[in-house]
Write a protein that binds this ligand. Structure first.
Ligand SMILES: *[C@@H]1O[C@H](CO)[C@@H](O)[C@H](O)[C@H]1NC(C)=O
Ligand SMILES: *[C@@H]1O[C@H](CO)[C@@H](O)[C@H](O)[C@H]1NC(C)=O
Ligand SMILES: *[C@@H]1O[C@H](CO)[C@@H](O)[C@H](O)[C@H]1NC(C)=O
Ligand SMILES: *[C@@H]1O[C@H](CO)[C@@H](O)[C@H](O)[C@H]1NC(C)=O
Ligand SMILES: *[C@@H]1O[C@H](CO)[C@@H](O)[C@H](O)[C@H]1NC(C)=O
Ligand SMILES: *[C@@H]1O[C@H](CO)[C@@H](O)[C@H](O)[C@H]1NC(C)=O
Ligand SMILES: *[C@@H]1O[C@H](CO)[C@@H](O)[C@H](O)[C@H]1NC(C)=O
Ligand SMILES: *[C@@H]1O[C@H](CO)[C@@H](O)[C@H](O)[C@H]1NC(C)=O
Ligand SMILES: *[C@@H]1O[C@H](CO)[C@@H](O)[C@H](O)[C@H]1NC(C)=O
Length: 451
């Protein structure tokens, strides 16, 4: 077995970031990729990002900042169990608070506590996917779902879970529908369809952007497809490339008359993180959408991974020697030298694509691209986010922009000047949701952009 040296390029960004955390100030460590001055929440870059992602939901009822920072204080960098344990403890604590409230008398108090508990159960689950048999994947998910259901039942207009069927009949699509206040059959509203990415739940979408959509008078529907948390667990299905088979039943449902308050000519599709690829892919086939929001632009799911391969690992991949490739990768992951970002992203890939090896995951990700003229099939305007310091998908938003038909791309390069430099702009979603939904208002009103 070769030394891990030849594997050090496996995920360069993560490796560089990890090395820098230990010895040099972040601002000088990685040149143009992570030169912002944002205060990290852990010396572990992956933990820092996930902590910010969780804390960022505070502005929309999904967390509270001090609770997250307190959990962060007991997390040991690089120790996945400590991350899970800290959030499980917090989740149970907040869940007990929620249960002690008489929800009939104090529905807002109970609702908010259930929402926070739900988020923390998801955080407790996040780093555990290296072992798909870990019973906590089931229990923490049951807990996050129960807490979330208790919360949405207490909204002024309760969220409703519905299950749709794929046209093939071979998988079902769990959704949650939230009607906008004042919307009815004579007061039709635009509706946004919110989908997450590689690792997030539809429940997160309500906090990340759903409440901001409801506040603007849009109806909201969130959904999950194969590979995403509920479908992966309950139907044993990994990610598929043909994401239109997931989105089209949701559009059919919204246009079916089942929700008479939906203005079918004003549907927006939001794709978060890897959902930035999934949404645009779906829009290549589903032409009843008025707009797509790619947050952020992702042309190829595989390419960012491939670009970080180097040396012998890259040679083995290029030669199609997948068994030797996996042996090298596993040796590296087992060595304990892999930064959390690398370990997590590969474990999550194997779990969410429902395969046994990293090479199988990457091979399933390979067809997930807008190549082959797919981008040219999109017929609606696309809002493309481009965070200046995306540690996962650098240079991808520009590829989406350049591949779309002329005039359809609205490209938004967002930087540390707006604290919007991070992957998915976590921590800056007040600003970014404003950009997205003001643009959407213009699109559906056929207005010239007012910015
Ligand atoms: C940073 O940029 C300099 C100059 O372009 C280059 O020599 C160096 O290798 C880069 N360092 C990293 C960590 O990318
Ligand atoms: C990237 O970093 C290098 C080295 O520090 C610097 O010369 C260059 O101007 C930077 N580029 C941008 C776009 O910031
Ligand atoms: C909650 O409050 C309602 C209204 O006062 C009351 O009827 C109900 O018994 C209370 N529930 C509990 C569990 O105390
Ligand atoms: C995965 O978790 C199960 C259940 O806790 C355990 O029996 C099994 O040994 C674990 N597998 C690995 C590879 O750690
Ligand atoms: C979490 O789920 C498990 C399995 O359903 C259950 O036994 C446990 O009581 C739940 N915890 C909370 C806090 O609801
Ligand atoms: C579902 O059915 C379609 C059409 O028969 C097939 O192409 C696809 O592979 C199936 N998907 C799953 C997840 O079984
Ligand atoms: C629909 O909403 C409008 C505006 O809120 C209201 O005036 C009207 O009475 C509602 N119609 C129905 C059928 O509820
Ligand atoms: C794959 O790589 C391994 C390790 O370098 C080598 O022993 C084996 O012969 C290769 N297999 C093929 C089919 O090239
Ligand atoms: C990094 O810092 C330089 C100098 O302040 C700045 O010009 C550049 O835009 C920054 N890069 C990113 C990606 O934010």
């Amino acid at each position: 077995m070769t030394t891990s040296k030849s594997l050090k390029g496996l995920f360069v960004a993560a490796l560089v970031a990890s090395a820098s955390a230990a010895v040099v100030p972040r601002s000088t460590a990685t040149n143009n990729t992570t030169n912002s001055t944002q205060l990290p929440l852990s010396s572990d870059d992956s933990f820092s990002y996930e902590l910010l992602r969780t804390a960022s939901l505070s502005r929309s009822f999904g967390a509270d900042t001090g609770e997250v920072l307190q959990a962060a204080g007991s997390i040991i960098p690089g120790n996945l169990e400590s991350f899970s344990g800290a959030f499980n403890k917090l989740a149970n604590h907040v869940y007990s608070q929620a249960q002690a409230i008489n929800a009939t008398l104090d529905p807002v108090t109970a609702r908010n506590a259930f929402f926070r508990a739900s988020t923390y159960f998801r955080s407790a689950d996040f780093y555990l996917h290296g072992n798909g048999s870990d019973p906590r994947l089931t229990t923490f998910w049951a807990n996050q779902t129960a807490a979330f259901n208790s919360a949405i039942a207490l909204l002024p207009i309760p969220g409703e879970r519905i299950t749709l069927q794929a046209a093939s009949g071979n998988f079902s699509i769990p959704c949650i529908y939230y009607r906008a206040e004042g919307a009815n059959a004579t007061n039709l509203r635009p509706t946004v369809i919110l989908g997450n990415g590689y690792d997030g739940a539809q429940e997160e979408m309500l906090h990340a952007t759903g409440f901001d959509a409801l506040a603007r008078g849009y109806n909201v529907i969130t959904y999950e497809g194969p590979g995403q948390p509920t479908v992966r667990r309950e139907q044993n299905l990994g990610f598929i490339t043909e994401w239109e088979t997931v989105v089209t039943p949701v559009v059919d449902y919204l246009l079916s008359g089942a929700r008479p308050e939906v203005d079918g000519s004003k549907l927006g599709l939001f794709g978060y993180s890897m959902g930035g690829f999934l949404a645009v892919r779906a829009a290549a086939f589903e032409h009843r959408l008025a707009a797509v929001f790619a947050v952020d632009g992702l042309y190829s799911v595989f390419e960012p991974y491939y670009n970080t391969l180097e040396g012998q690992v890259k040679d083995l991949w290029d030669a199609g020697n997948y068994s030797a490739f996996d042996a090298e990768v596993n040796y590296y992951l087992d060595s304990g030298m892999a930064p959390t970002e690398t370990l997590w992203s590969l474990q999550q890939g194997v779990w969410s694509f429902d395969v046994d090896t990293v090479s199988e995951f990457l091979r399933k990700a390979e067809p997930m691209t807008l190549d082959g003229g797919l981008a040219q099939q999109v017929t609606c305007p696309v809002w493309i986010g481009a965070p200046s310091e995306d540690i996962f998908f650098p240079n991808q938003p520009e590829k989406v922009r350049d591949a779309l038909r002329p005039g359809l791309a609205s490209y938004n390069y967002l930087t540390a000047a707006d604290a919007a430099q991070n992957h998915c702009h976590v921590g800056a979603m007040d600003r970014v949701n404003g950009l997205i939904y003001d643009w959407f208002d213009n699109v559906i009103a056929n207005r010239v952009d007012r910015r």
